[in-house]
Design a protein around this ligand. Structure first.
Ligand code: WT7
Length: 649
């Protein structure tokens, strides 16, 4: 029997959703009148310029359209409408590793965003629909830039600052961005690191489309400037007006693109809409975090990921909450830093990754007790499955057995939470994302779309469209249909397949078991095995390569590469050099997050008779699991044992 933890009575009493009856009531409302449920919410929550006439258009499925006819601007929702009631409230509280602080009120943020929007319009000729790449550290200017794009209808695409020049170039080129906004660099672990030189390099190896670079001065380290191409934000921004008319946007106009890895080929530009997305950001802030007017909300993700988009920027600001932004690492100067931040800023909701929790547990299990964490109400995790050990430590040591824990399952493609406990209602079980949000039809099915029995693993699908769903893959609508709407059908109709496996237990609780495709989840970051393989295959001495994930106690999964060399060597020194070279290649082409945990040089790879590499067998070998697949049908059955022997050494 697994343990169940009820929400605290005191918390439930004040929560928006107070118990499971209220939760079920909402689920029933959505079931009875699906479009009516979302229409009511959209009317109540969004401050429309013009009302919508059609809630959901399914005529061109799976290209679903929501709230047609409606006009809005997301910055009106996140800023302008708050000025009447909370203009002097802190919108952003920012802190650096060194402890420097900046507080930006809603009125100040509104002015900053307007100035930046005007700068983009006037200086760089950015118009509605143009793409702008943001390659930024965790500073408030990153938020200004995102919202400035939204204000004038430009489509931002934030690229995580850990990605390499090649990865940045690919994203600039795929989105055909006209402008890159970046910073000279920032600080990490007390030392400066650089971003602008990486932008320079990206533009030197391609990116014809991109003519201008706007750079924010952050660490003031020397950088190169290219006349006529590079501009310094700090010198220009105060010349711009602090007023700017918002571009009226259609509900379905894209708000942003965010690149994520798939199981094949190059990264996918996940396209999100304006109305459906912002509705979801707000809906989930209310239900999953139960954020109240005076709360300070902290999400530790980087803004380069979807979590940062929805739960650092759009969600908290749409709510009129205070969002805390921390530019730093969890263990600098020590493993108490997060708890110190929580104490100092009286954080009420704290949202982070299982990897961070496992690391802080390991490096400072006693640290939380040194700080006053009594302001905390809700603790959230996202990005990967959380093991019960880490969950229990979080509950006991950080939450003092008082806070609800929300293990939120969702994806870049879903825009916001899909399956999660509601903190005032759901009895929580460690390791379980529990139940779908009201209105979300999550089903665990087999390949034929039939629900699998409880206790059995199946494919996690969302069987009805929802407002914040991915609209398409930028520039590749065929791939959109193939990647998400071709594996599973229900009643003859293709439904959204997440790529994840899941199990429902006897109480109806959902546990996410992880990806079922060739995607590896390292510290909550998605990497496609195909992407990494393509980089490794580039090396002149690599003949064949297969990449798989292997469980890692801190990072969730680590990256394992099996490589067949053209010219193998018995010399250990040469092998070590080769390993170093291959790792350098991966870091250069993708970024440090793709660094390999292990490389094994093997004489061959297990293949089917038709020549397909059977990664499943390699995965079992990497995990030291028994191979329960029939290997006799392989083209080269003997190879399995050979690799196993090598692996044991
Ligand atoms: C993949 C999505 C959603 C923001 C962060 C990652 C895994 C996400 C959970 C969870 C188990 C989870 C899934 C999913 N994942 N949340 N609570 N429990 N696994 O976004 O890069 O789009 O990755 O992260 O495998 O498909 P992403």
């Amino acid at each position: 029997m697994s343990l169940i933890y009820e929400p605290s009575r005191a918390f439930s009493k004040e929560a928006r959703i107070k118990n499971m009856c209220e939760y079920k009531e909402l689920c029933l409302q959505a079931e009875d009148d699906y479009t009516g449920y979302w229409a009511k919410l959209a009317r109540e929550k969004i401050d429309w310029f013009e009302p919508f006439h059609t809630v959901l258009d399914e005529s061109n499925a799976p290209f679903y359209k929501w709230f047609l006819g409606g006009k809005l601007n997301v910055t009106h929702q996140c800023l302008r409408r708050h000025l009447n009631v909370r203009k002097n409230k802190a919108a952003i509280i920012w802190e650096s590793e060194f402890g420097d602080k900046r507080i930006i009120t809603y009125l100040q943020l509104y002015y900053r965003v307007n100035r930046m929007a005007n700068l983009m319009k006037n200086k760089f000729d950015i118009k509605k629909g143009d793409r702008v790449i943001l390659y930024m550290p965790m500073i408030p200017e990153a938020v200004f830039a995102m919202l400035a794009c939204a204000k004038i209808g430009a489509i931002h695409s934030v690229v995580f600052g850990g990605f390499s020049a090649e990865a940045l170039r690919d994203r600039i080129e795929d989105s055909k961005a006209k402008l890159v906004i970046t910073a000279d660099g920032a600080f990490r672990r007390g030392k400066p690191y650089m971003l602008k030189p990486i932008v320079d390099e990206a533009l030197s190896i391609g990116c014809e489309c991109c003519k201008k670079v706007l750079m924010i001065e952050r660490n003031k380290e020397p950088v190169n400037y290219k006349r006529g191409r590079d501009y310094i934000y700090n010198e220009l921004i105060m010349q711009e007006s602090q007023y700017c008319d918002p571009e009226p946007m259609d509900s379905e106009d894209p708000l942003f693109l965010l690149y994520t890895s798939g199981s094949t080929g190059k990264p996918k530009g996940v396209q999100h809409s304006s109305a459906g997305y912002i509705l979801w950001a707000q809906y989930t802030m209310e239900h999953v975090f139960d954020v109240k007017e005076n709360d300070t909300f902290w999400c530790t993700a980087d803004i380069g990921w979807i979590t940062g988009h929805t739960y650092i920027v759009y969600g908290p600001l749409a709510m009129g909450a205070t969002t805390f932004i921390y530019e730093g690492t969890p263990t600098y100067p020590d493993a108490g830093r997060f708890w110190k931040n929580i104490e100092e800023h009286r954080i009420n909701q704290f949202y982070t990754s299982p990897t961070a929790i496992r690391m802080l547990h390991k490096e400072g299990s006693n640290e939380p007790s040194k700080y006053d964490l009594s302001s905390l109400k809700v603790l959230g995790t996202v990005g990967e499955p959380i093991n019960p050990d880490a969950w229990l430590w979080l509950r006991e040591s950080v939450g003092n057995n008082r806070c609800s824990i929300v293990d939120t399952w969702w994806q870049t493609e879903t825009g916001g939470h899909m399956i999660s406990p509601l903190p005032g209602a759901t009895p929580q079980k460690p390791g379980y994302a529990t139940f779908p949000l009201p209105g979300i039809c999550a089903e665990i099915v087999d390949n034929n779309g039939n629900q699998v029995p409880r206790g059995k693993k199946g494919l996690l699908c969302i069987t009805k469209p929802w407002p914040s769903m991915i609209r398409t893959i930028w520039g590749d609508s065929k791939r959109f249909v193939k990647a998400y709407f071709s594996d599973v059908k229900k009643d003859g109709k293709p439904v959204y397949f997440s790529g994840d496996g899941a199990i429902m237990d006897e109480d109806g609780y959902i546990m996410i078991t992880g990806r079922t495709d060739d995607v590896i989840n390292v510290s909550g970051h998605r990497l496609g095995t195909a992407e990494i393989e393509a980089v490794l295959a580039h090396h002149e001495n690599v003949s064949e390569v297969a990449v798989v994930g292997k469980p890692n106690p801190i990072k969730g999964e680590g990256i394992f590469a099996y490589i067949v060399l053209k010219n193998a060597s018995d010399n250990i020194g040469e092998e070590i050099d080769m390993i170093k070279e291959l790792n350098k290649l991966v870091v250069k082409q993708i970024g440090a997050i793709a660094r390999l945990d292990a490389i094994k040089f093997v004489p061959g790879l297990p293949k089917t008779r038709s020549g397909k590499i059977v990664r499943r067998i390699l995965r079992s070998i990497a995990r030291n699991e028994e191979i329960n697949q029939d290997t006799s049908t392989l083209e080269n059955p003997a190879i399995v044992e050979q690799i196993q022997m090598l692996d044991a050494n």
